[in-house]
Each structure stands twice: as structure tokens, then as C-alpha cells.
Design a protein around this ligand. Structure first.
Ligand code: GLA
Length: 419
């Protein structure tokens, strides 16, 4: 078909005009307003957690018994075991460090923690960072003194000690404030809770010391929707984890659907790791660690570091798996499909790579075996060259290939160039 030259000229003029209209500079005032809108205050705080925080927390193993010495030992072991080199940074003291407030309202640590500043200096001297714990209510979950009406004072105290991370646990705020002030009004209770979290965020920022801000309110009221706006770098999405397969697998399933809420600076937190605790089998430890990495979860080990077995250490320091967790894009895995007792999750990684996790949740190995992995259902075409991140071996995945995965075990692979 021939197009008259005049029509071409009209078309060219139109394209030029439209392009100009699109690139013409906006008035300075509008640009300024847009820039302000583009970087809300809470986003600035996200720089402390551009990838999910990694470290260790005292609660899952020591619970109420934790002491200053346990924290120092954990810091020593973090270095000695190679965990620090593998990327772990935070040593977090959970509940039960708190003492009483003095006449000026200043909180003191209790006799288990004689000198918090000295402890922070010790942890920092190892090239690590120190985390602490409180509650927006009058008491912590374990019944110790908490931050209600002392938020600014406490944030300043943490900053003066050199604290780098705060876990802020709802607990007594529920009966003492939410239920008391708004007994029959759930919506108002939620507003009170959000305001309390915002209040501590403002206090932390006013302290002038960058601190990771971790919300612990068990995933209530869709915290993933408002967490970033109260300055949270991570928020618990579940109740407390336990060192058994049922707890881990239940929590894993609860994460389906939350991927879109996580990203650099603000993460879903399916709770701290139980790897190496209780009676978890090697397969369960592997699957737990792999799936928390797939979920871009904070990797906070919770085991007894000085008495860690070589097997547990090898799991916690598997750099290929840690690299999945720490992938800079921060795209959390989604569950692609489930068949029988087998779940298939995928995670998109930087550079176009893809991680695939195949979890056998069956308690009888042979009830689901062999499992045939459908690459087509994952949008892949033909044979895929992959690395098995637990054996360390290169392998070819073919469509519908049979996979023999033990009870509660996992196949975790990374495909560098998926087709
Ligand atoms: C709650 C939290 C736990 C732990 C304890 C401490 O149960 O969810 O992670 O911090 O409080 O008392």
C-alpha cells in the first residue's frame, strides 16, 4: 500500500508534538512536590535493611534464661564458626533483659545484664551489631518493664548504648490500651496499635541512630499493608514458631499470598529460625532454612551457637542458599503449585535467574514418590541447566522428570539462565 507524502508529514508532525509534550519539563514547584512524594520519610529508614537482616536472636534457645555471657558467647561463635563471614550481622537480645525505671524514668537493665553499653561495645568490637527488645505496652510478653509513655526516653537510651536493632512486641498493649480504651471497637483498637508503632518509629528516628525496626504483633490486621508506613523494616506474619515440622510447615503455608508486600527495606517475617533446635531432622533443618531463604525472610538463627553440630553449621552457612535470601531484587517466592503432598515454589532472582524449591511435606516418603516436576507449569521450555544448592552439583532438569525427595526434605535448585 502506498501512503501519500502529505499524510506522512502530518503523522511525523504529530509524533514530534506528542514526544515533546511528554518530555517537556514540568514546572519546578511540581517537580519538587513529586520528589517529596517519591521519597516518603519512612522510605529513608529502609536503607538499614535493603536485604533481609541476618543474625541471631536469644529467644528460641535461651528464652528467659539469657544472660550477658550468652550474648558474648553468641558473638564470639558468630565469628569463630564463619557465620559472620557468611553474612550474619545482628546479635539480638530478646525479652528478659529489662530492670526497673529510676526516679527520672530511665530504664535500667537487670542483674543478668550488668552493663549494656559495655556489652554493645564488645559486640561491636567483633564487627557485629546488637539488637534489643521491648513492647509498646506497660510490660513485655515475659512481664518485664516496657516502653508505654517512655518511647522517646527508651529510644534515646538504646541509641546511647549503641543499639542497632529493635524488636517491638505488642503483648500487653492489647489488654492495657487497645481493649481498655476501645473495648468493643476492633477498628479503633487497630488504629491505636498502628499509632503506637508509629510513635516508636518517630522516637527511634529522633534518637539519630539508625536502627532496624522489627514489628512483632503476630501478623494481625494485615500488618504487611501498613508496616512500611510506620517505618517497619520487618513485621512478623505469624504467631510464635516452634521447633517442630508442623509449626514450620504451617507457617510456610501461611506465607503464600504475601510476596507482593515484601521488598528491599521492608520484609515479611515468618519468625526466627529453629534450625538446630528441638528434634528437627537434618531434612527438616534444610527445608526450613531453604524456604526461609526463598521467602526473603530475615535469617535470625535461634540455636545454641557454642554447641552447634557441624551439620547445623553447614546448613546455616550454605552460601548459595544465603544468596537466594539476600538477592538484591528482594522478590519473595510464590507457591507455583502443589500436588499431593509436594509443593513447588519459585523465586525470581537478579540477572534473570530462577530458584525452584520442591518440598516433600509427606510424612511417608513413598506416599508421594517419585514426584514428577512439571517445568511447563513453571513456564519453562525444555531442559534446564541448574545447580542443586544442597549437593552443590550441576544438573539438568527435564520436564516431568521423576524426583526422589525424602520425608520433609527439599530439592532446591538455581537456574542461572532459565528458558
Ligand atoms: C512473644 C514473641 C516471641 C518472644 C517472646 C518474648 O511471644 O512472639 O518471639 O519475643 O514474646 O517474651
Amino acid at each position: 500500500m502506498r501512503v501519500p507524502i502529505s499524510a506522512c508529514l502530518v503523522l511525523l508532525a504529530l509524533i514530534t508534538f506528542t514526544a515533546k509534550a511528554q518530555t517537556a519539563p514540568a514546572p519546578a514547584s511540581r517537580v519538587h512536590k513529586q520528589a517529596q512524594r517519591a521519597v516518603p520519610a519512612y522510605k529513608k529508614a529502609q536503607a538499614v535493611a535493603l536485604t533481609p537482616p541476618m543474625g541471631w536472636n536469644s529467644w528460641n534457645f535461651f528464652a528467659r534464661k539469657v544472660t550477658d555471657q550468652d550474648i558474648r558467647n553468641a558473638a564470639d561463635q558468630m565469628v569463630a564458626t564463619g557465620m559472620k563471614d557468611a553474612g550474619y550481622v545482628y546479635i539480638n537480645i530478646d525479652d528478659t533483659w529489662e530492670g526497673d525505671r529510676d526516679a527520672n524514668g530511665v530504664l535500667h537493665s537487670n542483674s543478668k545484664f550488668p552493663d549494656m553499653k559495655a556489652l554493645a561495645d564488645y559486640v561491636h568490637s567483633k564487627g557485629l551489631k546488637l539488637g534489643i527488645y521491648s513492647s509498646p505496652g506497660p510490660k513485655t510478653c515475659a512481664g518485664y518493664e516496657a516502653s508505654l509513655d517512655h518511647e522517646v526516653q527508651d529510644a534515646q537510651l538504646y541509641a546511647s548504648w549503641g543499639i542497632d536493632y529493635l524488636k517491638y512486641d505488642l503483648c500487653s498493649f492489647i489488654p492495657a490500651v487497645m481493649q481498655k480504651q476501645a473495648p468493643d471497637d476492633k477498628a479503633q483498637q487497630m488504629r491505636l496499635m498502628i499509632a503506637a508503632y508509629k510513635k516508636m518509629d518517630e522516637a527511634l528516628r529522633a534518637s539519630g541512630r539508625p536502627m532496624v525496626y522489627s514489628l512483632c504483633q503476630y501478623g494481625w490486621d494485615a500488618v504487611w499493608e501498613w508496616g512500611p508506613e510506620v517505618g517497619a523494616n520487618l513485621w512478623r506474619t505469624t504467631g510464635d514458631i516452634k521447633a517442630n515440622w508442623n509449626s514450620i510447615y504451617t507457617i510456610l503455608n501461611e506465607q503464600a499470598g504475601l510476596a507482593k508486600y515484601a521488598g528491599p527495606g521492608h520484609w515479611n517475617d515468618p519468625d526466627m529460625l529453629e534450625v538446630g533446635n528441638g528434634k528437627l531432622t537434618p531434612a527438616e533443618n534444610r527445608t526450613h532454612f531453604s524456604m526461609w531463604a526463598m521467602l526473603a525472610a530475615p535469617l535470625l538463627a535461634g540455636n545454641d551457637l557454642p554447641n552447634m553440630t557441624p551439620e547445623v553449621k553447614a546448613i546455616l552457612t550454605n552460601r548459595d542458599v544465603i544468596a537466594i535470601d539476600q538477592d538484591r531484587l528482594g522478590h519473595e517466592a510464590t507457591r507455583a503449585y502443589s500436588e499431593g503432598e509436594v509443593d513447588v515454589w519459585t523465586r525470581h532472582l537478579a540477572g534473570g535467574a530462577l530458584a525452584i524449591a520442591v518440598v516433600n511435606a509427606g510424612s511417608d516418603r513413598y506416599s508421594t514418590h517419585p514426584f514428577h516436576l512439571s517445568l511447563a507449569r513453571l513456564g519453562l521450555h525444555g531442559t534446564q541447566h541448574a545447580k542443586d544448592l544442597w549437593s552443590g552439583k550441576e544438573m539438568d532438569l527435564t520436564d516431568e522428570m521423576p524426583l526422589d525427595i525424602g520425608t520433609h526434605d527439599i530439592l532446591l535448585v538455581r537456574i542461572a539462565a532459565p528458558k
